[in-house]
Each structure stands twice: as C-alpha cells, then as structure tokens.
Write a protein that binds this ligand. Structure first.
Ligand code: MRU
Length: 325
C-alpha cells in the first residue's frame, strides 16, 4: 500500500493515523496542512516524510527558504526531511523545475528500497523468525520499505518468515502499521507488546532483528524509534544479529556520534490519553516522551544501505561509501 502517490498534478497521501481501521487518502493544500501532516504522523517514517516535504517544497507557492525552515522544524530527528527540502530548494535556486526534483526523490526512494531489500534478504534464511520494532515498511517509505523490505521481497520470492512485531509504545506503529502491512502482504506476523521481546528471544523464536533508522552518525550510532536501543541490547545478550536498514540519504556525516543527534520530544497525551477511553494517569502525573533513542554502534551487526552491507568498524565502512563533495 503506497504511503503517497502523485497523479495528474495532485499529491494523494495516506492518513496513517486512521490505520488500520480506515484507508483514507487526502490532499494537503497549504503549508499548515503539510506541517500538521508531518507533526501529527499522518505521514511518518524517515524516507516518507522526506518525499512528502519534497512535494511540499515543489507544489506550494511560498518563499522556499522560509518554507524549508518551517517544514524541517516539524520533526527534527529524521535527516531525510532536511535532505529532501534542501535538494528541492537547491534545484529551485538553480532555476530548475522543483517538481522534477521532488519526483526524482520519490522515484529514487523506490530504487533504493529495492536495493536495500535485496541486500537484506541475502542475510536471511527461509523460515527465519524476525523481530521488528516500529514501522519501516512501505508506509514509512515509497515501496518495499527498509526494515521490512527483505520480508516483503522475500514473500514475493516464496520465502516464509515468522515475524514478531513489537507494538511500539506509545504510538503503536508496530500494532497499527507493521502488523497491518505484513498481514495485507500475506507475511506471517504475530503482534507482541514491547516488553515481550526478551522472552521471544530467549525462547529461540528470533533469528534476526530488522529495524529502520532516522539518522546514522559517522561512527555508526543510529537513531530510531524509542525502544530500539533496548531491543539491540537484548539481541546482543542473546547472540542474535541486529540489522539496521536505511538509504544513503539517512547517513549524516556531520553527526560524528549519536550524541549529536537531536531527539524529538512529544507531548504527554500520547502516553496517558491518546489510545484510551479514560485517562491512564492523573492529569498532574508528569510524563517524559522522547520519540527516538540512539543505539550504540557496538550493538549493531550490520548497517544495510542501498550502497551495500556495511560491517564494523563503521567509521571506516561508512567513510568508504561517502560521496566526494
Ligand atoms: O515516529 P515515526 O513513526 O516516524 O518513527 C519511524 C521510525 O522510527 C522508523 O523506524 C524510521 O523512520 C525508519 S523508516 C524507514
């Protein structure tokens, strides 16, 4: 299912806040619509928000420099957002058609996800048990996805995988999106609460962990949905490979380590109220709601990009695929 598509000059975007109960596409009109869609996670996942913001830059008749600043501020952790707005801004400033650049970002993403999926699939065996965290599938990208890419491609090739999908508190992307997406694709998926990951690993049900990423630092530390680092620690404890999958555009060479990555903090309502009929804590109860965490490079078995499978030491392997510019 496509996270968005562009047809006859109009962008259609799947409202992911309505999944899995309603499948509804909408067309953003104003810069506020675009900002709200990113902020509220109607469109989410690092590559998808980049593609979406690229279209915003191209389609809106606004001061492009100001628009870029405005859109980038909607979600600070995923580097793909500012990468895409920068590319469209540059094309515009050079007198090129910004829509061509936005289209190119979209189409390149399909190609990159396909390559990532191929590389990722080469690391898996038919019958493997896989743990996922958050959603890094088609909904988070354009097609195939990153973290889920090998599973969707494997399904096309006749592989059978047994996927355990962490529900991913507090916004439940694993329950609402990953389980939904894999069910629709006919991949065997079992939903678990985040705090069950250790047990399924101990029970020998997991052969590999696959996750996406929002930003990769130059030393191989990565940011991904909150809880990812805990899963990586568990995987290390149980001797299970922990694979991070993301396109080249997710590497931020300006971030030397994960300490340089800005972590988005979101409102308490998402923990206490959002999914419940009644509040789950007192109004005065304080909540801390960081949306992402940083996983130390030492916990990562391989980083799978569209430019190949990178192994430690990551400062060397990441440098080896860097563009000279
Ligand atoms: O808050 P979200 O839903 O945007 O978080 C998404 C994730 O953490 C994904 O794993 C990440 O963006 C990689 S998506 C290919």
């Amino acid at each position: 299912m496509e996270s968005m598509y562009f047809e006859n000059g109009t962008l259609f975007v799947l409202d992911q806040t309505k999944l899995p109960n309603e499948i509804e596409y909408f067309t953003p009109k104003s810069k506020e619509d675009y900002y709200y869609a990113i902020k509220s996670l109607q469109v989410r996942g690092a590559p998808a928000i980049g593609i979406f913001a690229g279209y915003a830059m191209a389609l809106l008749n606004e001061d492009k420099q100001e628009l870029k600043k405005y859109l980038d501020s909607a979600r600070p952790t995923a580097v793909n957002l500012s990468y895409a707005t920068e590319r469209v801004l540059k094309a515009y400033n050079e007198g090129k058609n910004p829509l061509d650049e936005a289209r190119a970002i979209h189409l390149e993403d399909i190609e990159m996800c396909r390559k990532i999926s191929e590389y990722g699939l080469s690391l898996l065996k038919d019958g493997d048990g896989i743990l996922t965290h958050c959603n890094a599938g088609e909904l988070a990208t354009s097609k195939y996805g990153t973290g889920l890419g090998p599973l969707l491609l494997g399904k096309e090739r006749g592989y059978t995988f047994h996927v355990y999908s962490d529900e991913t508190r507090p916004l439940l992307q694993g329950a609402r999106l990953t389980s939904f997406e894999l069910e629709k694709a006919g991949v065997d998926v079992t939903l678990i609460c985040d705090n069950m990951a250790s047990l399924v690993m101990k029970q020998g049900k997991i052969n590999a962990v696959l996750v996406g990423t929002d930003r990769i630092a130059a030393n191989g530390d990565i940011a991904n949905k909150i809880g990812t680092s805990g899963v990586a620690i568990l995987a290390k404890h149980y001797g299970i490979p922990f694979y991070v999958l993301g396109p080249y555009s997710t590497i931020d060479y300006k971030c030397k380590t994960g300490d340089d990555i800005v972590i988005e903090e979101r409102q308490a309502d998402e923990i206490k109220n959002m999914w419940y009929e009644k509040p789950m804590a007192l109004p005065e109860t304080k909540c801390y709601n960081p949306a992402f965490d940083v996983t130390d490079h030492e916990l990562i078995t391989a980083i799978i990009t569209d430019r190949g499978i990178l192994r430690p030491p990551y400062n060397v392997s990441l440098e080896s695929i860097k563009d000279n510019d």
